[in-house]
Design a protein around this ligand. Sequence first.
Ligand code: HEM
Length: 474
Amino acid sequence: MSKGKPMHGMTKARGCSHVRLGNFCKLFPKLPTWAKDCGIKHQCEAEEIAEVLGGPGGIMHDAESSSPDGTLPAAYTFFSQFIDHDITLDVRSNLHGDELPTADITHLPNLRSASLDLDCVYGLGPEAMPFLYDQSQPGRMLVGNDVNENDLPRNSDGRALIGDPRNDENIFVAQLQLLFLRFHNRRIVGRTFEEAQEDVRYHYQWLVLNDFLKRVCDPTIFSYVQGEIASGNYPKCSLLDDCHRICMPVEFSVAAYRFGHTLVRSVYPANGEYPVIDLFDERFGTEGFSAVPPRLTVDWRYLLDVEECHPYVKSKAMDHLLADELIRMPDPIVGRFASENDRSLAFRNLLRGYVLGLPSGHRVAHAIKDKGYPVDPDADLCFHDIPGWPCLDKKLREKLEHHTPLFFYLMREAGVLGGGQRLGPVASAILLEVFGNMLLNCDSFLKKDGWKPDKCLGGEDFTLARLVRYVNDA
Ligand code: HEM
């Protein structure tokens, strides 16, 4: 798209343009990588460590479902996944490749716009992607299909017609996508498409900052950032490239924001009739990128505090453990010929961290402290208390305790310093830095003086539960 001439239905550039894609980058490009600190010379050495920590039966595998429940309602797990699919997508880096130099990472394209613009819902707008829109009612999003009106629109192969295919990766994130499509369709009444899109985006951005991030981040770091924003000292790191696009730091996309993986449970309620289904359930053919059968239409009251006194499930605790369903991901997600290790999301996260040259947790903690955040970079993460840790080879243990892979460090930080209920200070700082960049540099409600959510949605008390109630009341 040319710089100064937005198409109809697309947001005009203000600072950064919503629709312009950028590249990946590093928050702290000068730090040595974890592999360098560990003296790793070859990819297979990194792979061995990723297997010990993240492979099936490894330190991060919650094989016995011993990780407790957190306090976060389970629906936020899929909201966090939905947010991810709005801001970051790497399809280029090679999971089994060598470590990439920083210069190559800055050329790696991010196939989502790094701004909270809901490109996963709107795509590139009604003119560029008409197949996402209801042609019989201009400006409305397409919803439902012949088999289930409470599902996403799908083509004859069953593939969802949506802005980001990953929002069909499990039935819960697919139903959340449907919720946002319906939210738009309700908000467009009496508005033009552009007005409705802005209104939906602002409400969504409010939810991300004042509902979701407030719940998952360390409260001291959250208040610190609020103060810094008020005094104009935020963000601390500039993520704008020469073309005024926001680059997506790999410390966020490959480590800190993958914290959502630890929230995932192996089983969920879909509704009152089906109170226990596997995340990927063979019985219903819902093993990823599959239509939602009418009987599994999700009743959010079972995953969120939508209705007073209605019981709902919580997310798994935030810690270093990943549920069995994510350690043995099914064919539709990883492909038929994937190895046992490649089926494990913990293994993939760690190996991807090596390939994309992440620094160690300790290095990042010190760099965050140097930026002024109130964190203790030498906090004791009690590695010896981790089940299975004392059985690791002594040399490997020492190496990992001094140079901890960033993803493992941040998840352990959540388990120990966040008590499993929220992220620790370092991960919170990374999240707020990146979301702060997106909200303060792109078109957002923060730049619209006095903007507040609609009173019908609870005004300043707007939450995900209020959104569900509002859409369901329609
Ligand atoms: C619900 C089950 C989920 C599954 C099956 C899943 C699966 C995956 C897979 C297969 C990848 C690519 C891994 C790689 O090869 O590097 C990935 C990436 C990622 N996931 Fe998840 N995920 C889930 C939930 C979440 C949640 C809840 C979050 C939210 C915080 C999240 C955040 C991310 C991020 C940030 C990436 C990197 C995206 C990119 O830059 O390409 N995921 N996920």
